[in-house]
Design a protein around this ligand. Sequence first.
Ligand SMILES: Nc1ncnc2c1ncn2[C@@H]1O[C@H](COP(=O)(O)OP(=O)(O)OP(=O)(O)O)[C@@H](O)[C@H]1O
Ligand SMILES: [Mg+2]
Length: 409
Amino acid sequence: MWNLRILIYTGKGGVGKTSVSVATAMKCADRGMRTIVMSTDSAHSLSDSTEVTIGNTITKIAPNLDGLEIDILKELEDNWNEIRTYIFSFFASQGMDEISAKEMAIFPGMEFIAALFYLDRFNRNDEYDIVVIDTAPTADTLRLLSFPDVADWYFQRFYGVLKSFVKVARATVGHVLSFPLPTNEAMKEFEKFNMRIRDVRDLLINPEITSVRLVTNPEKMVINETMRAYTYLSLYNLTVEALVVNRVYDKNAKNADPKKLREQDVYLRMIDEIFEPLKKFYAHQYTLEVVGSDATRRLADELFGNTDPSAIYSKENPMKITSKGGTTTIRLKVPFATTDQLELYTKRDAIIVDVGQYRRTIALPLGLYGRSVSSAEISNGVLAIRFKEELYATKKGKRTARGTKEGDS
Ligand SMILES: Nc1ncnc2c1ncn2[C@@H]1O[C@H](COP(=O)(O)OP(=O)(O)OP(=O)(O)O)[C@@H](O)[C@H]1O
Ligand SMILES: [Mg+2]
């Protein structure tokens, strides 16, 4: 049984992510859950939405409800000095100019670590029951959510190389390396970093804890982006659990535009068909902005009524690995993607899947190291990657015998 629930709202710019995040958090708090609403968008708007000044420290908004607008640069300075200093001096010692070396020390997506490590902290300290995350528009959020995968891969290799250098260099008296060795503190920080990144990834891909909810509007362009986001989130192993359809025009409004309503009906039906069987929450387009606690509670009531906004509507994990006989298959939900958008690269210990402009590195379980892929195809929104049967499993005796012979000679 898990205590923490993480609800991540994401979607295209302006669809209502911040309003829906605050509404969800407020209702959770009203129902007695210890709640925090946290924004990872550098253009923060939690303060505007709640009419409470929230900064880069945890701020009380209402009973049971805190807010936090993460200042990514400040968090980096506070927490990652040791590692940054080392990576910088490493590249500088390789003859790189100072400015480029400084840039290298912030690797892609590193600015998101701060946001992710708050989750780790909240989980460890049992500070909250609910964390609602209001995110930046889709592209940035996908980078944030794919970060643990990328960082784990990157750091494992970088750290592995460093560790063997340190071992050799410390044992070789008089041997001078062309770059500075990391201090023990830096090595410890690397190790700690790696472990925490893995913990965060475990939180994010656990559907009992983390749900991603896509916010959309009944409009063509918005629906298109929502579909793309769904594909990429599944590719990163996140559970898209529900859809929030915001800004639905009221049919009974006095000056409702009949043409607009007809158009909207088409899009609402489209949303129904495309996102079946996802749970959907609906909210109307209001005449006024959703600002302050009254308007926000009204939005929350429309979305959730008397139900628990943190209820889990789907626990299906988008990636599954199965083994039957000698054949192993990785199945990945990639809704709406087609085989012609797909590119696959294999490495010894990983498979790289490109769908359009997004990339997912799937670290392989040990048993699949070095195995070649026999087929990869997308059908009904599921990518199936099949691995060739392991040769030495059937010819094991023969191989071992020959290996021994060669080793003896
Ligand atoms: N259902 C609604 N009816 C009327 N106004 C709304 C509704 N939902 C959101 N708004 C208003 O629309 C504006 C944009 O909403 P919001 O800030 O929640 O969107 P966002 O997706 O967070 O935007 P951004 O991508 O810029 O972060 C705000 O002024 C908000 O008050
Ligand atoms: Mg916003």
